[in-house]
Design a protein around this ligand. Structure first.
Ligand code: FAD
Length: 442
């Protein structure tokens, strides 16, 4: 039997107190009554362009608007809708409704920031210029790239987003409707049983915990429904590890073993046959085809093509195609007036919204120092966090850095133990904290 953790020994009254304390913290961050104390805004006429107005772009814009006085800040973002992506897993689990994920971008655009609803179609860093989908060109003194990543479903033969929710196919990554459709497909599987396939692609992906969460959620839903005995669940890891942080990988493997979830290593999904319900994997021993009743597809991901094809991308090496920033200062390694924040960065860790919360102050403070005539002094340590949902009502609050060290924010929560409290943080606290982040208040 599992050892009782410190938290599980706490009595019910104390639990209530802890939740109140945490929620109070979350709410304080949400309303942002007291933005972090800052030096007086720097007076400048600098022209700053931010490409992308998702989690990273909006956060960057809010921080710049507060830290600079007189700057010309332009944010380019095509979408009027802002999606709270970390909530996609909760919709896929059937716990949240789609409406809980949707916001309007304009609600988070700080005063003093000009938002242009368009896309960037070319970067011209040699000329300090970008080209817009409108055909216009914009010049800048400083550029922040925050375009996030692109989902390449077409990297899996036979797969298209229209299939999500049909033929036993789920994929929460494709957006709120897809997450809802994933839950429908999974609910049918939970009822009937059969073979459930899970896994992730070989590329870097945002929220690398989500494929594991979906596996454990399926197991939990079936256990609750009393149908687990009718199903075989298989996790197809893309390489030798189920997760890149060894301590976490071992814990997940233990959880999978305890719950009877099989693991295949070095299996990369290459094709889907929706009619025959068969999935094909590339393995070191050649192609392997598996039947399924339900499959959760996670597409290969890359930086948006416009970035991949630009001089701003790493031209070689492990991060080829992602933005070539210094992993500590987040400043471009070849174009010193360019910074990157968020999923687009070609760094070893950090494709989560939690990473944006840590990257944005580093990149923006360094940029402001440069505008003031100084040099970057702030460093990002690779902080990445993922409340690894292990079932409805329980999660592990996993936080780590570039060196794969666990860096827990809450000393009273063991990061490698399933907790109701980590679930409360995932379900109740992260969204208000995220919204406060977009407003530059945390
Ligand atoms: C299923 C799922 C679960 C997740 N779970 C978690 C979690 O539990 N915890 C966590 O911390 N994170 C989680 N994340 C990850 C988190 O949502 C991302 O890491 C975060 O949104 C990254 O912010 P970003 O600004 O880099 O990218 P995004 O928020 O995706 O924003 C990028 C923006 O750039 C814009 N853009 C793209 N190309 C162009 C262009 N050419 N011109 C102009 N604009 C452009 C896009 O329209 C988009 O709005 C999850 C993500 C998913 C999909």
């Amino acid at each position: 039997m599992e050892q009782p953790s410190a938290i599980s020994r706490i009595n019910a009254a104390s639990r209530r107190d802890i939740i109140k304390l945490l929620l109070a913290g979350g709410m304080a961050a949400a309303v942002g009554s007291a933005p972090p104390a800052r030096a007086a805004a720097l007076r400048t006429g600098a022209r700053i362009v931010i490409v992308g107005g998702g989690a990273a772009g909006l956060t960057a814009a809010s921080r710049l608007a507060r830290q600079l006085d007189g700057a010309n800040i332009l944010m380019i973002e095509p979408s009027g809708a802002h999606i709270y992506q970390p909530g996609l897993t909760l919709v896929g689990a059937g716990v949240w409704q789609i409406g809980q994920l949707l916001e309007r971008t304009e609600r988070f655009v700080a005063a003093g920031v000009r938002w242009l609803q368009a896309s960037v179609t070319a970067f011209e860093p040699e000329n300090n210029r970008i080209v817009l989908s409108t055909g216009a060109r914009e010049s800048y003194d400083f550029l922040i790239v925050a375009t996030g990543c692109t989902l390449n479903y077409d990297g899996i033969a036979g797969m298209e987003t229209a299939l999500i929710g049909r033929e036993g196919i789920g994929s929460i990554y494709a957006g709120p409707d897809a997450a809802r459709a994933t839950y429908s497909a999974m609910a049918a599987f939970v009822e009937k049983g059969g073979i459930g396939l899970f896994g992730r692609p070989a590329t870097d992906i945002k929220c690398a915990g989500a494929p594991l969460k979906m596996t454990l959620i399926a197991d939990d839903l079936m256990t609750t429904a009393g149908t687990r005995g009718k199903a075989k669940l298989i996790y197809n890891a893309h390489d030798a590890n189920v997760f890149s942080v060894p301590l976490v990988a071992r814990k997940v493997e233990d959880l999978f073993a305890a719950r009877g979830i099989a693991i295949n290593r070095a299996h990369v999904l290459t094709a889907i046959d929706p009619v025959g319900r068969r999935a094909t994997y590339r393995t070191p021993g050649g192609e392997v085809t598996m039947d399924y009743d339900f499959i959760h597809v996670v597409p290969p991901m890359s930086a948006p093509r416009v970035l991949v094809e630009s001089a701003l991308a790493w031209q070689d090496g492990a991060f080829k195609g992602w933005l070539e920033v210094d992993r500590a200062t987040l400043r471009h390694r070849r174009y010193p007036n360019v910074f990157g924040i968020g999923d687009v960065n070609g760094v070893p860790k950090g494709k989560t919204a939690a990473s944006v919360k840590w990257q944005a102050p580093v990149a923006i403070d360094n940029l402001v120092r440069i505008i003031a005539g100084g040099e970057p002094t702030e460093s990002y340590n690779g902080y990445t966090s993922c409340p690894l949902v292990t079932g409805i009502g329980k999660a592990m609050l996993v936080e780590f850095d570039y060196e794969n060290r666990l860096v827990p924010s809450f000393p009273f929560i063991d990061p490698l133990t399933e907790h109701w409290l980590a679930w409360v943080i995932e379900e109740k606290m992260l969204q208000p904290t995220y919204m406060a982040m977009l407003r530059g208040r945390t």
